[in-house]
Each structure stands twice: as C-alpha cells, then as structure tokens.
Design a protein around this ligand. Structure first.
Ligand code: PBG
Length: 325
C-alpha cells in the first residue's frame, strides 16, 4: 500500500497521538549515575574538564547519594581517586581504600540505592595503565589476580555489582571464581565487554586523574573500526559469566549496542561517556544546541539501539527536566 492509500503523517498530527505510538521512552529506571570520590572531609569540588560533575569526599558523597535516590535514579557507579598511587595499584584492593570506605558509607546511608563499582587499576597505578607493567608492557595474566582482588574487596565492602573496565583477557572468569570462592556468588558482574580505545574518554581522564604517563590503551582496549570483533569480545564475557554486558562509548557505537541486543539475552548497558557529555555541555553553553532536547534525543537513541541501562552524567539533569524542574 502506498500513497495516497497510506499516509505516514496520519499518526503524527498531535503530541498526544505521537505519545501513543512512541516506540521508546527513556525513564529514570534506565539510568545509572557515575560519581567520583576523593579523600578529605566536606569536599564538593567541580571536576576539571567536566561541567556539572564533582569530586565528593565520602561524607558529601552520601548526601549526594541520598539526593540521587530521592530522584528515583536506581543506581550509581563509583570511581575513586586515591591519596597515593604506586606501581601495583595497592589502594585499588586495600580494605580501607577510598572506594571500599565509600561503598560502606553509602550502603549504610542509602541501603536501597544500587552501588556499582568500577573495577580497574588505572586510577591507582603510577603509570595510569589499567593493568600492571612488565618490561614496558601491560601484562595480562599478572594483572588478573589484582583485578580479581579489587573486585572482591568491593564486594566485601558491600558493592551490589562490580564492573570491570580494564579489558584484560579472562578477567570476568577470574573475578567470578574469586567472588564464588569467597562467598559472593550472588554479586553480579557488569563487564565493560566491548570497550573501545576512544578519544571520547578525554575529559574523564582529567576528572579521574588517570592520564597515561606513557603509551596508550590501544593494546588492550578495542580498535574502533572492529564490529565483528566486538561481538566476539562480548560472547567471551558472557561465557565467562558476565551478568550484564556493556558497550562503551555509546554514541559512536550504536551499531555495537544493537549487535549486543540481537546476539545475547543478558541485559545490555551502554556508557554515555565523558566526551559525549562535555560536547553537549560546551555546545549548549555557546547556544548552538538546546541541551534538554539534545540529551533526550541522545539517551533515546541509545535505548532505541538496544540498551537496557544507560550510564550517564546527565542522569540527574534528565530526571529534573522530566519532573518539569
Ligand atoms: C577506566 C575507565 C575509563 C572510563 C571509565 N572507566 C577511562 C579509560 O578507559 O580510559 C571512561 C569514562 C568516561 O569517559 O566517561 N578504567
């Protein structure tokens, strides 16, 4: 049936009609809000290079977590900036490390809020790489034990979900085994399954103080042109026991999100990363784009591509806007 029997504009004639036939609606339930925690007391400092994103000390983080929960956002993803870094990233898996203390405090203050932790060494190692170095290279197998130890220490502190972002081979299996051996068989793993070596992480590296001292992450994060390889990466993580798989970044990788949705039955998450967020903020500040409409369209595209959950720095803004604030 074609024109004039079929008129596509027929269901677009009013906002109410459009609402009725809308295929995708982003809601607050879809969102995960990333937060950065730093040492100190009563600290809430604007993060360098990321407007509207802050560094919180643990006490201030708890206040923020309460606000996030009140807004109805179901989960936060925590990143830590330790007081000290060293070659083996000791504070990543220390019992009283910044993340471990933060998780205990937030879970005490807001038990119903789901706390995810980013499991990685890059904020904690002096070189800024996601694994440990051997002979100038990021050593895969030697990093696994430390990454699994980090995940276990987060689970012991009370993390609801651990999210490894290092892209070492075999880390999901190593984490699953370590968690199970220690009585944490009920702690889910959200793996950064298809994580690309992307320029979109630029603002985060400054915010999380994990700029590389040398080299780049291209020997472990994925090469952006590779779509088939992404499906293989995700399949391996599912096989190793990932409960949720993540695609990162989101916007330039909507095809990968769609592949994830079609290829696997586990929930799919997408990370709307720092560069994506900051480009919108900067353009909105200049008056080039309407921030609310752009953010809504971006989040909608990510969900339409197949994401069940979206990690986004816009989570609070979006929720306030939806509530008409
Ligand atoms: C590191 C990590 C990164 C991000 C999340 N975890 C940076 C990187 O891999 O270089 C990026 C998040 C963002 O850009 O918003 N483990």
């Amino acid at each position: 049936m074609s024109f004039p029997a079929n008129r596509m504009r027929i269901l677009r004639r009013s906002e109410t009609l459009r609402r009725m036939v809308r295929e995708v609606n982003v809601t607050v339930d879809d969102l995960i809000y990333p937060l950065f925690v730093v040492p100190g007391l009563d600290v809430k400092l604007q993060a360098p290079s990321m407007p509207g994103v802050f560094h919180f000390s643990i006490d201030a983080l708890c206040t923020e977590a309460e606000e996030v929960a009140k807004l109805g956002i179901p989960a936060i993803l925590l990143f830590g900036l330790p007081a000290h870094k060293d070659e083996v990233g000791s504070e990543a898996y220390a019992h009283d490390g910044i993340i471990q203390r933060a998780v205990r405090a937030v879970k005490r203050a807001v038990p119903e809020l789901i706390v995810l932790t980013d499991v990685c060494l890059c904020e904690y190692t002096s070189g800024g790489h996601c694994g440990v170095l051997q002979g100038g290279e990021v050593a895969n197998d030697e990093s696994l034990e430390l990454i699994a130890r980090t995940a276990l220490s987060h689970a012991e502190a009370g993390a609801d979900i651990v999210a490894p972002s290092d892209m070492m081979d075999g880390r999901v299996l190593a984490i699953r085994e370590t968690l199970d051996e220690n009585g944490f068989e009920n702690t889910p793993i959200m793996s950064y399954a298809a994580k690309f070596a992307s320029a979109f992480y630029g603002p985060f590296r400054a915010a999380a103080d994990c700029a590389l001292q040398f080299g780049d992450r291209a020997s472990y994060q994925m090469d952006p042109p590779n779509r088939r390889e992404a499906v293989k990466e995700m399949a391996l993580d599912v096989e190793e026991g990932a409960d949720i798989i993540m695609v990162k970044p989101a916007l330039s990788y909507l095809d990968i999100i769609s592949d994830a949705r079609m290829s696997f039955d586990v929930p799919v998450a997408a990370y709307n990363v720092s560069g994506e967020y900051c480009m919108v903020k900067a353009a909105a500040e200049k008056g080039y784009v309407d921030e609310r409409r752009i953010v809504n369209e971006i989040l909608t595209s990510i969900k339409r591509a197949g994401a069940d959950m979206i990690i986004t720095y816009s989570a609070k803004d979006f929720t306030y806007w939806q509530a008409g604030v």
